[in-house]
Design a protein around this ligand. Structure first.
Ligand code: NAD
Length: 429
């Protein structure tokens, strides 16, 4: 155990590239290279903590487990399978050459115990890890995956409502965080105008630096004016406005400017850490969260309830409205259950409507799944970007009728830099 590395060592954990094997077959080699690629400092948010993305989504439970996984993959035969339980290798079984080489299961807790409290206790004891979707399964490829999923959602919306393009539409949403930061690029790639509220200035600056966002505004009215101008001109532009989502929606209603589409990617799933109430500044929020978390939660719920009411009001006026998987509808519903007599700030608003707008999966993604369409991603284990250029060509030649995919490929080549191993994601049928 004395030789065990307890911290991320960029040389020791460097992803092998080229055509020389360090394992006994290419399938094991692929698993090894993808695991190490997930943790590459260019790819992972916090390799020192083995955290890849999404809060605390990890690739391995701890450094000892990581070393053991690497060692196991190197000796794994072509007719064996390695079992991984929440980031720790727990066994090698003799199987056959067509069986999976690695079987992974992460963070499985059955319903009664499926809560953060129980998870945190197990994590403290070193018995579990949070795998997110692509961190613990070793297939994270950087921000490209998130941009593509969001692009596909808006493309499906455009197909359903706007003859395949968002040109000349105003798309309002909020949150420019880890995943939400993909919204502006995904919307402009679909040729629409994005108007996005974000309370933290550094998030807006970060999206400007990486060219995911075109403009930053600090005045709500000026941001709205610019967005309306671009909508009229049919120009694909994205605008980040430094304000609370509630204030942006409120102002749109006052000015009777109705977005064509409306969603939200604030971290409403986490009312204490992830959502900033509209009645607090960021500084006040940080203080209250520390000093009086119960009071913070009250404010947060009140604000999310109002937020959903404003979304419903804009929906009633014609905005195509959907939830982006952040649970904001459930938060508004919980608020109404706990406060049955609470007054609302919206005239004629009736309670019980929080779920009147759909989630993005049933509305736009599930219909694609029903047709057998879904995401495919691949990485060049060689480390050579030319290999991806070749597969890009092959895909584009094979599916010339898939206009959305062709547009994605063209834009992705222009706008998305590779992180770690060169990789590509696209949706195919
Ligand atoms: P994040 O925590 O990194 O970012 C959230 C952002 O919202 C932060 O920048 C924060 O400053 C901002 N914010 C919080 N309250 C605000 C308010 N009232 N007004 C304006 N801005 C506010 O989270 P993320 O990774 O971007 O994910 C966002 C949410 O979307 C999460 O709840 C996530 O579960 C959900 N989601 C996203 C996807 C996807 O594919 N993009 C899929 C499913 C769920």
């Amino acid at each position: 155990m004395s030789t065990m590395v307890k911290q991320y060592d960029a040389i020791k954990y460097k992803t092998p590239t080229g055509n020389k094997l360090s394992c006994k077959g290419w399938i094991q080699e692929a698993a090894l290279r993808m695991l190490l690629n997930n943790l590459d400092p260019e790819v992972a948010e916090r390799p020192a903590d083995l955290i890849v993305y999404g809060g605390r989504g990890k690739a391995a439970r701890n450094f000892e487990a990581l070393d053991n996984i690497i060692a196991a993959l190197k000796v794994l035969e072509n007719d064996e399978s390695l079992l991984i339980q929440s980031g720790k290798p727990v066994g090698i079984l003799k199987t056959h050459k067509d069986a999976p080489r690695v079987l992974i299961s992460n963070s499985q807790l059955v319903p009664n115990w499926a809560n953060w409290k129980h998870f945190d206790e197990l994590e403290k004891k070193g018995l579990v890890m949070y795998g997110q979707m692509t961190a613990g399964s070793w297939i994270y490829i950087g921000s490209q995956g998130i941009v593509q999923g969001t692009y596909e959602t808006y493309a499906a919306l455009a197909d359903k409502h706007y003859h395949g393009t968002l040109r000349g539409t105003l798309n309002v949403t909020a949150g420019l965080g880890g995943m939400g930061g993909a919204q502006p690029l995904a919307i402009t790639m679909n040729e629409g105008v994005a108007l996005i509220a974000e309370v933290e200035e550094w998030r807006i600056d970060k999206r400007m630096e990486t060219k995911y966002l075109d403009e930053k505004h600090t005045s709500i009215d000026e941001a709205i004016n610019a967005a309306v101008h671009y909508r009229r001109e049919g120009e694909a532009k994205s605008i980040g406005v430094l304000c609370n989502a509630v204030h942006l929606l409120d102002r749109l209603i006052q000015r009777d400017i109705i977005p064509d589409t409306l969603s939200d990617q604030t971290s409403a799933h986490d009312p204490l850490i992830g959502y900033i109430p509209h009645t607090l500044t960021n500084e006040q929020a940080n203080v209250l969260r520390e000093q009086n978390p119960e009071q913070y939660l009250l404010r947060s719920y009140e604000s999310m309830h109002l937020h959903v009411q404003l979304m419903l009001q804009l929906m009633d006026k014609g905005a195509i409205t959907f939830d982006y998987g952040n649970n904001i509808r459930a938060r508004a519903q919980e608020y109404e259950i706990q406060n049955p007599h609470a007054k609302t700030q919206i005239p004629n608003y009736k309670p019980g409507r929080s779920f009147d707008f759909p989630g993005f999966v049933p509305a736009y993604i599930r219909p694609l799944f029903c047709e057998g369409k879904g995401p495919f991603r691949w990485a060049a284990l060689s480390g050579d970007p030319n290999d991806i250029a070749v597969t890009d060509e092959v895909i584009m030649n094979m599916f010339p009728e898939n206009k959305g995919m062709l547009r994605w490929m063209k834009m992705a080549k222009e706008k998305i830099a590779f992180q770690g191993l060169p990789a590509r994601i696209c949706w195919l049928g």
